[in-house]
Design a binder for this molecule. Structure first.
Ligand SMILES: O=P(O)(O)OC[C@@H](O)[C@@H](O)c1c[nH]c2ccccc12
Length: 371
């Protein structure tokens, strides 16, 4: 398929600057992935790939092959989030969503089906293949960590969240992104979920087109390959994969697509079981430890410490870089997760709520960051 054939191989994650100075202890050369390239991009994913189906001329429902078995496989891997797979599974069968994350995923299934109907996969893969090359997300994190001696900042462009409501009334994604870049963010995270986070793919595209140079993470609830191609086609350099909603087969398959497209995958975990699953998957370079449970919204920064105490050695051996995510508000919080072993932090609320989100960066780290 032309789109994949033209995808650029990813650049070395280590920039020239990194080669000159010794790497910090958490950062080691990543083991290269042994995953073979996907042979065909269309509908070759794990069972359960979303299909748009026409019903009374409305392309808004979702159907899956074999939804039951998809949920069974997920459950056997400790995943508690079920796919709804409307209309195959009846409401009586599934009941109400068990938590917010499950609700988000069920809505996302419909959203993806609508997206597929409006922008067919073939077109989206083609435009992803023609997009300008990706920027090196991983390399930017390593370089910033080396430069500043504090975890590299992935600053999040986030208007609202289901747990906190609207964080910033007067919200201009481009203005915030430019301010973050000016004050030393290594990379930016752009929320694209509309319904729960008031984000958009349009924001991502606008930030990219405004000339921001930082690599961009598309912060989305990815459940289907279509979203990955779509993110790349609007300028994403990296994408989030959430282990709480994806089976091992999904993650493996999505990592192969990312590799083909030159995208960095940030694979997010929240507990030990997810961490163990992800560490068994080949080709993971970046793991995010979310201090917030997306199911209960409870935030606990000691989660990062606990998981790294247990799995730090395996992570270092594999050359994986760890991002501490959520609930970081001040220099003590940053120092705490740095000591636990993270090389980067992902921060939204504490920056976006300040009058000047760019200047808030120095407050978060207790010093100005070098760009
Ligand atoms: O605003 P905070 O607490 O600084 O958190 C940022 C980021 O970690 C959080 O937005 C996040 C982490 N993982 C996610 C997955 C989906 C949506 C949002 C998130």
């Amino acid at each position: 398929m032309e789109a994949l054939g033209s995808a650029k191989p990813r650049a070395s994650p280590f920039p020239a600057a990194a080669a000159r100075s010794p790497l910090p202890p958490q950062v080691v050369v990543p083991a290269s992935s042994s995953a073979p390239a996907p042979s065909r991009p269309l509908r070759s994913g794990p069972k359960g790939t979303i299909q748009a189906v026409a019903r009374n001329e409305m392309l808004s429902v979702v159907e899956r092959e074999d939804c039951g078995s998809v949920n069974d496989v997920a459950a056997s891997q400790g995943i508690r989030i079920r796919r709804h797979c409307r209309p195959t599974a009846s409401m009586e069968e599934m009941g109400a969503p068990r938590n917010v994350l499950e609700r988000i995923i069920w809505d996302k299934e419909i959203e993806v089906a609508q997206g597929l109907a409006n922008n067919p996969l073939r077109e989206v893969t083609e435009s992803a293949g023609k997009a300008p090359p990706t920027r090196d997300f991983y390399g930017a994190l390593v370089a910033a960590y080396m430069r500043n001696g504090v975890p590299a900042l992935i600053a999040e462009v986030k208007k609202a969240s289901p747990s906190r409501g609207v964080l910033r009334e007067n919200f201009d994604a481009v203005e915030i992104a430019q301010a973050y870049e000016k004050y030393g963010a290594a990379c930016l995270s752009i929320l694209t979920d509309e319904k729960y986070f008031q984000g958009s793919f349009e924001n991502l595209q606008k930030v990219r087109k405004a000339g921001v140079k930082c690599p961009l993470l598309c912060k989305e609830f990815v459940i289907d390959e279509w979203q990955i191609y779509y993110a790349r086609s609007v300028g994403a350099d990296a994408i989030l994969l959430i282990a709480a909603v994806l089976t091992d087969a999904d993650i493996t398959y999505f990592l192969r697509i990312c590799k083909e497209l030159g995208l960095t995958a940030l694979v997010e975990v929240h507990d030990g079981r997810e961490m163990e699953r992800v560490l068994r998957i080949d080709g993971v370079q970046l793991i995010g430890i979310n201090n917030r449970s997306l199911a209960t919204f409870i935030v606990d920064t000691s989660n990062t410490k606990r998981l790294l105490e247990k799995h730090g050695d395996a992570i270092r051996e594999k050359g994986i870089l760890v991002v501490g995510e959520s609930g970081l508000f001040n220099p003590d919080d940053v120092a705490y997760v740095q000591k636990a072993g993270v090389s980067a932090v992902l921060v939204g609320e504490s920056l976006v709520k300040q009058e000047d989100p760019g200047r808030a960066i120095a407050g978060l780290f207790g010093k100005e960051l070098l760009r």
